[in-house]
Design a protein around this ligand. Structure first.
Ligand code: ADP
Ligand code: MG
Length: 323
């Protein structure tokens, strides 16, 4: 079981940024409005995610660390309409298999919280403790028992940049949640949680960028398209500033990048790429999110329509505002 856990962990937990993503997604699924991410070293030493979500009861804690134990879907049909970010029940057991994990958690109803400790998949303790409502997960010494993994990591600065990018995208996906990211006690990113996407973009990318964006708001037959695209002077040499969220899940799909650029094609040279933060809302039954364990990829049932409507939505925005 321990070996199986380590292997499975490799699929979900590749690097410190994957731990951050999984923990923050759990905080979001728990309905948190405030999420704090603290990093020390470059994530291998220490990652701590604190939220003010619904918390876990004493019984729920050890269950959360069992493989494929998810509280979020109960049957195969639920899979067709999954709206939570997690649903595989893999993240916590995978993290616990390759790190030293401590959880502090309390639900609204419990007078007392609990502290749980699990190291390399071995449960060490579960005891009552005083703690605020919500959950703190502390992950130390990532990959301490899988030294080979460490060899595949990039330079500390690169790993830290990936963490920042991950938190930035989660913040852009959830402007109604206040995020705070610190690195060695230094604040890297904060967002207000006031549900203002433009303000959140400015927090993530800087105030200058926030000032040069055009609003997108389009209702198609399949899709609702909202968000912001950059004016041509903001266009970049690559597509890493093109962010797409499908039902609040950050995803990558070249179809969407192409559809976006299609709308701009008479305006910009082909080696420049528009900056974009675009939210797509569509019936969850028309997207398959269950393609990859890290869940970055999705499949659309009506690919062509999605592309056509996205292009229309962006054209609409370009047409409405003088450039
Ligand atoms: P999944 O998110 O796919 O359900 P995880 O392994 O990420 O699987 O988490 C397992 C379970 O632990 C979740 O279904 C949830 O019930 C619980 N859980 C994890 N993190 C939190 C949190 N921050 N607050 C409340 N419950 C949590
Ligand atoms: Mg999860």
């Amino acid at each position: 079981q321990e070996t199986a856990d380590k292997i499975a962990a490799g699929e979900v937990i590749e690097r410190p940024a994957s731990v951050v993503k999984e923990l923050v997604e759990n905080s979001l699924d728990a309905g948190s409005r405030m999420i704090e991410v603290e990093i020390r070293g470059w994530g291998l030493d220490y990652i701590r995610v604190t939220d003010n979500g619904e918390g876990m009861t004493r019984e729920e804690i050890p269950l959360a660390f069992q493989r494929h134990a998810t509280s979020k879907i109960r049957n195969a049909q639920d899979l067709d309409s999954v709206l939570t970010l997690g649903f595989r029940g893999e993240a916590l057991p995978s993290i616990a298999a390759v790190a030293k994990v401590e959880v502090l958690t309390r639900t609204e109803k419990s007078l007392q919280g609990h502290r749980f400790e699990i190291i390399g998949g071995k449960e060490l303790s579960l005891e009552p403790c005083g703690c605020p409502k919500g959950t703190t997960v502390n992950v130390r010494d990532l990959f301490f028992n899988t030294p080979v993994r460490k060899k595949y990591l990039k330079k500390p600065a690169t790993e830290m940049a990936l963490i920042t990018e991950t938190v930035g995208r989660l913040a852009l996906a959830h402007p109604h949640v206040a995020f705070r990211l610190t690195h060695n006690q230094r604040v890297i990113l904060t967002t207000s949680g006031k549900n203002n996407l433009l303000e959140t973009i400015a927090s993530v990318y800087g105030p200058e960028i926030g000032r040069s964006l055009l609003p997108v708001d389009y209702q198609g037959k399949y899709l609702r398209v909202t968000g912001y695209v950059g004016r041509p002077e903001l266009h970049r040499g690559n597509r890493s500033y093109q962010n797409f969220f499908v039902n609040r899940r950050y995803i990558r799909h070249s179809l969407l990048n192409q559809a976006l650029e299609q709308a701009f094609h008479t305006l910009i040279p082909t080696n420049r790429h528009p900056l974009a933060v675009i939210h797509l809302q569509l019936n969850p039954e028309l997207v398959d999110v269950n393609v990859h364990p890290a869940k970055l990829e999705v499949r659309f049932r009506e690919e062509r329509e999605v592309a056509v409507e996205l292009t229309k939505g962006i054209r609409d925005a370009l047409g409405r505002t003088p450039l």
